[in-house]
Design a protein around this ligand. Structure first.
Ligand code: GLN
Length: 477
């Protein structure tokens, strides 16, 4: 069966009677069966469920009562609650834990007749940039299996890139949708903070966490965003703003675009990534957009601010995993010993490191020096970013400084690993929407992504300009 690039491709074959949703599900299950043993993109596969659902949806299509996502087969990152299915956050502490309810964003997809085919591998509790922090083994990059798929939504990106599902739902706290999208050659969209309900998304750093979307086409990203967005009585932080028709994104608008000089002069930037970014910048200019180089004085502080604040929030959020309420419980003679041993055995190295860092920056003696200071710097970064976005419609940069690296390459060098988030964390610090789109490949064929950021709630134009870039590239080789 062909590798469908978008839901509309699928739906037109279905309505022409050339394809049924049941056949489509069989196709993805076959791909999972053939590839997942090597790639380890899925941790749980819901084959029987999916086949049953597909039959029902085929009947609905026949009666003309199917939802807007009929024919869309979706994989979800192992951080989303799906009733009576496992939710493990790729952590031993939640091994075999089952959720009792479904996340709002996932429910909205199901209500429109999307089919959930499985839970996908990721870094433990979404902390990482390579998927190497999963308690259930690394996921491999389908483009080159000796390399990481990126993280933390590595399984989600690898699954879309290798056609094990049409779309994946990931989470993005500092780049976890955009960075793996760039490494695997797919599209990764992180909407505005508060655009999509986080109810049912396991919390990492609540003031940064965003539900994100990984797809092969912008039209799929747009429709999925449209369906998941909007107010939710279970999450009071979700915006009440009216949700635009993201699926009507196509225009010929000319935009004002800025690129940050600091991002392109960074010493860690791979020359081929730089070259591809500059070429796309030239393309934007020749297509009539106004493009300017600008400078951002706070850029050096973005990464430390992110890591101080997310560790602080993580240390608080993860205190709930105590051996009493969920998942793993260690045997111990007393209560305190049980807490300690459950957490020591259940959490992996990276998660422990962040809990300890977070506890430290929140401790009475250091609170002002680290946590309060980082909050102030967060405000300054947001202000500077938003000032730029008052003048320009978009800020573009590479998504990542490098292409996909080898499994194990940065294991002993956490700073190098954190640098992978250099360009992506700014959008989470400021709460603005951002997207990564594929713009080419390096000389080894490894995908390169470009990131575009825009002002809050401007996803529509973000998708529109991405479409202009991709369409131009498709037409001009
Ligand atoms: N790589 C970043 C981190 O480790 C981002 C993770 C994410 O977005 N969930 O925190």
């Amino acid at each position: 069966m062909k590798n469908f690039q978008s839901l509309s491709d699928i739906q037109s074959e279905v309505s022409a009677g050339k394809l049924s949703v049941s056949e489509l599900v069989e196709h993805y299950l076959k791909n999972i069966d053939e590839k997942n043993g090597r790639l380890n993109a899925f941790l749980s596969i819901y084959g029987e469920d999916a086949i049953k659902q597909a039959k029902l949806i085929d009947e609905k299509i026949h009666k003309n009562i199917a939802g807007r996502l009929a024919g869309m087969v979706i994989g979800i990152k192992d951080v989303f609650a799906y009733e009576n299915h496992r939710l493990q956050c790729a952590s031993s502490i939640l091994e075999k834990f089952e959720s009792q309810f479904t996340a709002t964003c996932i429910q909205r997809l199901i209500d429109e007749d999307a089919i959930i085919i499985g839970h996908q591998n990721c870094d433990e509790f979404a902390m990482g940039s390579s998927n190497e922090n999963s308690a259930f083994g690394v996921c491999k990059n389908p483009v080159d299996e000796s390399r990481v798929p990126g993280g933390s939504s590595g399984g989600s990106a690898a699954a879309v890139a290798s056609d094990m599902c049409q779309v994946s739902i990931g989470s993005d706290t500092g780049g976890s949708v955009r960075q793996p999208a760039a490494f695997c050659g797919v599209i990764g969209l992180k909407p505005t903070y508060s655009r999509i309900s986080r109810y049912g998304l396991a919390a990492y750093a609540s003031s940064f966490d965003t539900v994100g979307i990984l797809t092969k086409s912008l039209s799929d990203a747009a429709i999925v965003l449209e369906i998941m967005s909007g107010a939710d009585e279970f999450d009071s932080t979700v915006s009440n703003k009216k949700v635009p028709r993201f699926s009507d994104f196509k225009s010929k608008n000319k935009y004002r675009v800025a690129y940050l000089s600091e991002t392109l002069s960074h010493e860690g930037l791979n020359p081929e990534v730089k070259e591809a970014t500059l070429q796309t910048i030239e393309q934007l200019k020749s297509n009539g957009h106004e493009v300017r180089e600008v400078s951002m004085s706070q850029l050096d502080y973005v990464l430390p601010t992110y890591y101080v604040l997310t560790a602080a929030e993580a240390s608080s959020n993860l205190s709930r995993y105590d051996g009493v309420r969920y998942g793993k419980r260690a045997k111990s003679v007393d209560l305190e010993g049980m807490y300690k041993e459950s957490r020591s055995e259940g959490f992996g190295e990276e998660v422990k490191k962040r809990i300890m860092t977070g506890t430290f920056v929140l401790s009475a003696s250091y609170h002002d020096a680290y946590y309060t200071k980082a909050q102030k710097v967060r405000r300054l970064i947001s202000q500077e970013t938003n000032n730029l976005l008052d003048e320009y419609d978009f800020i573009v940069s590479p998504t990542t400084p490098t292409t996909a690296f080898k499994i194990g390459e940065f294991k002993s060098d956490p700073i190098q690993m954190y640098l992978e988030d250099l360009y992506t964390v700014q959008a989470n610090v400021a709460g603005i929407p951002a997207i990564s789109i594929p713009i080419g490949a390096d000389n080894q064929g490894l995908p390169i992504g470009m990131q575009l950021m825009s002002k809050s709630f401007n996803e529509l134009e973000l998708i529109d300009i991405s479409n202009q870039i991709i369409t131009f590239k498709d037409q001009n080789g």
